[in-house]
Design a protein around this ligand. Structure first.
Ligand code: COA
Length: 260
């Protein structure tokens, strides 16, 4: 794959993705978004990859937003295309069927925060700063921020973050549930990998169905969501993974899941 702004390699079942424009604090220009879409399509279809970790190059930024220099040239038509393309990426990441861990290593602003929110789990380094500063530029979030932020942190806090444009530090992001964990910067990738490997050791179909139930269920009324859960529960109970998980427990041994 010919990539200019994204580094991508797979090691022992994990895809490591680095947004690589450190001189622009890894801002998401159109080309970078195209490359990330290609990479995530590749991960979706690669059976050897079971999870992904995304980070930003350097130690200052995860992603400092959409590329303002590019955005400034948008007319209304181009702006809609830009928003829809960013949203395509976030929908792809959110529904990948494999856990994606954002290893947040510094400024995570605007489109960077929106991208991180589409990831399954967010782990932040102590120096991370997260925010939706779009109002400072006279615009609104366009890659899902107005929709995912209130779903993650609640309406009141989302309103405050989006309307003031103020960034919050890693501890505050942890306190309000925007990130799952805060770790020293030099331990960030190690912790992200630890989390990925822990999830990978669980029943792969169970992990996949859980993500599907949570993601789809959040779009549904409670009754519909409960029906979906019961249907997925029924399906998972017909798998070899279910037999293996229960048998291993009863035989007091570790599991050997096949993802079948
Ligand atoms: N788009 C395009 N370029 C960006 C960028 C973005 N979102 N964020 C940072 N950059 C560029 C800067 O223009 C600068 O490039 P230059 O050296 O060619 O001038 C480089 O990255 C370094 O950024 P700089 O502003 O000098 O670093 P800083 O440490 O002083 O400030 C930030 C860091 C994150 C506070 C500041 O860069 C910033 O506010 N960025 C924009 C954040 C934003 O509004 N994001 C939402 C966009 S919708």
């Amino acid at each position: 794959m010919d990539l200019k702004n994204v580094k991508y390699e797979s090691k022992n079942g994990i895809a490591f993705i680095t947004v690589n424009r450190p001189d622009k604090l890894n801002a998401l220009n159109d080309e970078t978004i195209s490359e990330l879409i290609m990479v995530f399509h590749d991960i979706a279809h690669d059976d050897c990859v079971l999870s992904a970790i995304v980070t930003g190059a350097g130690n200052k930024a995860f992603i400092a937003g959409a590329d303002v220099a590019e955005l400034s040239k948008n007319d209304a038509t181009a702006a809609k295309r830009t928003a829809q393309k960013g949203q395509l990426l976030t929908i792809l990441v959110e529904n990948l069927g494999k856990p994606v861990i954002a290893a947040i290593n510094g400024f995570t602003l605007g489109g960077g925060c929106e991208f991180a929110m589409a990831c399954t789990i967010r782990i932040a380094s102590e120096n991370a700063k997260l925010g939706q500063p779009e109002v400072n530029l006279g615009i609104i979030p366009g890659y899902g921020g107005t929709q995912r932020l209130p779903r993650i942190v609640g309406k009141g806090r989302a309103m405050e973050m989006i309307l003031t444009g103020d960034a919050i530090d890693a501890q505050e992001a942890w306190r309000i549930g925007l990130v799952n964990k805060v770790v020293p910067q030099d331990k960030l990738l190690e912790e992200a990998e630890k989390m990925a490997r822990k999830i990978m050791s669980r029943g792969p179909l169970a992990v996949r169905y859980s993500m599907e139930a949570i993601n789809a269920g959040l779009e549904m009324a409670l009754r519909e969501g409960l029906t979906l859960e019961a249907n997925l529960f029924s399906s998972i109970c017909a798998t070899n993974d279910m037999k293996e998980g229960m048998t291993a427990f009863l035989e007091k041994r570790t599991t050997k899941f096949q993802g079948q």
